[in-house]
Design a protein around this ligand. Sequence first.
Ligand SMILES: [Zn+2]
Length: 177
Amino acid sequence: MRRLPFEAEEIAILAQAIDASEDLISDFYKISTSEWKRYRYDIQNLSGLDEEEVTDVAFAQIRRYLRRPGDRMRGSEPGDFFKICIQDHVIRRAVERDTGIGLFPLTAYIVTHELIHVVRFAKFLHRFDSTADEQDAEEKRVHALTFNMLQKTRIQGLPEVLAAFKDCRTMENFLAG
Ligand SMILES: [Zn+2]
């Protein structure tokens, strides 16, 4: 499988999808703008990933760092930092395979799902180090939350994405880094 990162046009679509997803999540969880800035995560596409952050079998990986990468200062804020690693090549393959699936609704769907995981880790609603059974239950919950949140939006092409991926078992992998 060729791993080609998104080009400028696709990056712009991903950026719009991230904005839309962050708005949805902060509305849903009633997180203010200043609170939102304290959430410790970053979203990177394929060109910003390390080798171990790349996979061919999921739309994303969530990597947990015990501190922000490059953050060596003493006294920096404690707490986990999450890197959402977007797998451009896997996403593009899904869009090209299925003519009913658009890049904007699919990336909005993926980013919303991943951000729900991150918010639930940050709020300690779910532990990063959990058993396979707990992870399965959490994945079902996150799918249901994603569905509820997105169902009310009017993103064009979203009903097709929801129908195709609402029970998708290969949304992401989790990496403890
Ligand atoms: Zn998930």
